[in-house]
Structures are given as structure tokens and as C-alpha cells.
Write a protein that binds this ligand. Structure first.
Ligand code: C5P
Length: 406
């Protein structure tokens, strides 16, 4: 996993108890392949030592505008010029106020002001007590900082070091890492609405039993994440899976195929792209028993009758919006053999412009996959790779098909 390979990130720390999380964030950024240059304010050094940050970033830390190590004695210029981004985490209420006014009386604020504004983006991860966060001054500052071109990454909610509970915690390092990675992805789907189904469905037999399948939901969740990274507004309709929701994605949890159809159809009315990755059960027990089915001692198993489930993809693909091209539908096919022929046949049967084939048993639950894209022009292989990497490539393919003349 090298999602930040080649990126040079200046990690700024201002004073706040969330500085302890900056150590883990620094480590996570480095692990993803970034080079990290730490710049700290004097207040930040009260909370975590430059020694810790130096060891984790493997580079000397800068904490003074009077640092004589730089030959030209201008660390504020030198540090910001080569950066792909400056991330201030934690960004205190005081530091936000300083940035807002363009003050520059310490190295970090000086460097932020001196950065080439159109080349070096500034991302802020605020961290403060809930009252400080809710204060009109802070909220006003946040709006103005965004208008001045800063990217505010938002805050978390919950227990705070001061003992109070509410908004204002710094986002957790894995969340900040996900946001940083997303920040650098090309915004191929900005302004688009994407709807994804993912995971298996669960079809009840009685209150304690049911039928499901081995889909883990990982491919669909990776696609939802990749679409979000590409700037889309994403809704993810998920069957029963135990996966965290990708950052910024709206998730609707469902159980059965009929629940999934019910959740999907209204969303499809305003979506631009529908990607059906869910492994929807083809059949369900004709009548789920209201009570647990008991053994009757006869040695005979109960006889179950099945009814066919609605085909969500085919239903959506038949809608007027899909037929007019306003909604671009993408199907998946999990096959066990004859992938090309089965995927081509499925594309026609479902009536979708793009169908993505994969070998089901080889990918269920795994973190990697290999895909075969089938459209009216032919087939294209995407060799085995991490699901997130394939998802990004698929998003790019879909974006190309939406804008063929770009
Ligand atoms: O027919 P089959 O299940 O092989 O088709 C797979 C494709 O159709 C996937 O995109 C899947 O999400 C979708 N599908 C669906 N509703 C069903 C069955 C499949 O949306 N009932």
C-alpha cells in the first residue's frame, strides 16, 4: 500500500492535546510512502516532543523561524516550496484565528502565509473543546478560511480530554489518512451522484435462520470509496457485512433482496451512475416461518419452497432514465468458469452498457481481484491488484465513458 508514494507533506502541529495523535498520523503517512516534514509551534512542543516527531518522520523537525540550519535562513520559504500539501493537525482555535488574519509571528503561521497559494494546498484538521468549536468566532473563521482556499477536514464527535462530550475532537489518524489519500486522487466524478450496491443479501427462513452467500462486500465498498475520492456524492446500499463505511459515503444497511430494491430504486431516480456489485440472492424461501422451525423427531428435513427475487440491476436498467442515458448502469458478474462468454451474455441480458466480470470463488473475501470489463466494443482485462486500486481504475473507465470527448 503506497497510496502517497512520491508525495511530500509538511505536517504542521499547533498546540493542543490532540498532538498525541499526530505521532500516529505521521507514522501512517510515512507508511503510505509519503515523505513527511514536521513543523511545530512552541505550544505544540508542550504536548509532544520534537524528538518523537523527528524519529517518526525520520527528518529534523523545524520549530523556529530563527532556525540557522537553513543556509539562507528562510525556513518558511524553503519548507513550503517543495510540498505537495501542508496539513495542520491538530489545528487549534488560536491557530485558525491566526491563519485567518494572515499573522506570521511563528514559523508555522509564517510558512502557511508564505506558501504559493495556488500550488501548495493547505489542509486543516481542527481540534478543540466543543464550546470553542461551536463559538461563533471559530465557525466564522472556518467559513472564511475555506473561502480563502483552505480545506477544512472537519472534526470528530465524542468524549473530549476536558471531560466534556461533543464536536471538536480531531479526526482519528486513519480518518485523516483516508482524507489525505482522497485529496490527491483526480476528481473525475466531481458533481456526479453515484449509487452502489454491495455485499450479500440475507433471505430469512425463520426468525433465526436464513440463506446468504460468501460475498464480503469489499469490492463494492472499495468502489464506493474510489467514487468518493473522485469527488462524487456516493450512496452505498449494503447487505449484511462487517466493513467500515468509507469516509464521506452515505450508507443504507439492508438485509434482503427486496429491502435492497426498496432502498435502491428511490436513490436511482437522482443518481448519475449505478454500480451493482451486490451478490443478490436469486431466490428466497417462499414464506419465511414466523416461528423457529423445530425438528419433529421423524428424521425428515422440512421442505422449503423458493420464490425468485426481483433483479435490482435489471429493474433499474429498464428505467426511463437509464434507457435515456441519464443514468449509467454498471453490472457485475461473479462467475466460476467461462468468464468472457458468461459476462458478455449477462451484459446483454441485464441491458447495461458496462459489465464487470470476475471469478467469484477466487475473490470472495480477498483484498485483491482481477476484473474483465465488457462493453459493446469488446473486452478489457484488469490484471490482479488490490481491490481499491481496481476500483479507482474502474471509476476512471466509467468517467471516460461519461465524457467520451473530453
Ligand atoms: O444474475 P446475476 O446475479 O449473475 O447478475 C449479477 C449482477 O446483477 C450484479 O451486478 C448484481 O448486483 C445484479 N443483481 C441484482 N439483483 C439480483 C441479482 C443480481 O441487482 N436479484
Amino acid at each position: 500500500m503506497n497510496d502517497l508514494a512520491g508525495k511530500h507533506i509538511v505536517l504542521g502541529l499547533s498546540g493542543g492535546i490532540a498532538c498525541y495523535k499526530a505521532a500516529e498520523l505521521c507514522r501512517a503517512l510515512v507508511k503510505q510512502g509519503a515523505t513527511v516534514q514536521v513543523v511545530m509551534t512552541e505550544a505544540a512542543a508542550q504536548f509532544i516532543t520534537p524528538v518523537t516527531m523527528q524519529a517518526l518522520s525520520n527528518r529534523p523537525v523545524y520549530d523556529s523561524q530563527w532556525d540557522r540550519r537553513e543556509p539562507n535562513n528562510m525556513p518558511h520559504i524553503n519548507l513550503s516550496r517543495g510540498a505537495d500539501a501542508i496539513l495542520v493537525a491538530p489545528c487549534s482555535a488560536d491557530f485558525m484565528a491566526k491563519l485567518l488574519h494572515g499573522r506570521a509571528d511563528d514559523l508555522l503561521s509564517l510558512m502557511c502565509l508564505a506558501r504559493p497559494i495556488d500550488k501548495v494546498p493547505l489542509l486543516l484538521a481542527p481540534a478543540m473543546n466543543r464550546e470553542m468549536w461551536a463559538h461563533p468566532a471559530t465557525q466564522r473563521n472556518m467559513v472564511q478560511l475555506a473561502a480563502d482556499g483552505a480545506h477544512i477536514l472537519g472534526v470528530g464527535t465524542g468524549f473530549q480530554a476536558c471531560g466534556e462530550t461533543g464536536d471538536g475532537r480531531m479526526l482519528e489518524p486513519p480518518e485523516l489518512l483516508e482524507d489525505m489519500i482522497a485529496f490527491f486522487q483526480p476528481k473525475l466524478l466531481s458533481g456526479r451522484k453515484v449509487l452502489v450496491t454491495a455485499g450479500p443479501t440475507f433471505e430469512a427462513i425463520d426468525p433465526v435462520r436464513g440463506m446468504t452467500n460468501l460475498s464480503s462486500g469489499k469490492m463494492g465498498f472499495a468502489i464506493a470509496r474510489a467514487a468518493r475520492e473522485a469527488g462524487a456524492e456516493v450512496t452505498l446500499v449494503a447487505g449484511p457485512v462487517s466493513l467500515p463505511t468509507p469516509r464521506g459515503v452515505m450508507r443504507i444497511d439492508v438485509q434482503s433482496a427486496r429491502d435492497m430494491l426498496q432502498a435502491t430504486e428511490p436513490q436511482a431516480r437522482s443518481a448519475d451512475i449505478f454500480i451493482a456489485t451486490a451478490a443478490v440472492a436469486d431466490w428466497r424461501p417462499a414464506a419465511a416461518s414466523e416461528q423457529k422451525i423445530k425438528k419433529d423427531g421423524s428424521g425428515r428435513a422440512p421442505r422449503l419452497e423458493f420464490t425468485e427475487n426481483p433483479d435490482i440491476l435489471a429493474t433499474v436498467a429498464q428505467s426511463p432514465r437509464a434507457k435515456s442515458g441519464a443514468l449509467f448502469c454498471v453490472g457485475f458478474a461473479a462467475e466460476s468458469h467461462n468468464l468472457v462468454a458468461n459476462a458478455q451474455a449477462k451484459r446483454l441480458r441485464k441491458g447495461v452498457p458496462l459489465l464487470v466480470g470476475n471469478i467469484g470463488p477466487a475473490t470472495f473475501g480477498a483484498d485483491d481481484n482481477a476484473l474483465l470489463l465488457v462493453d459493446e466494443e469488446g473486452t478489457q482485462e484488469m490484471p490482479r491488484a488490490r481491490k481499491l486500486q481496481l476500483a479507482r481504475a474502474l471509476v476512471a473507465q466509467i468517467a471516460n465513458r461519461l465524457h467520451p470527448h473530453r
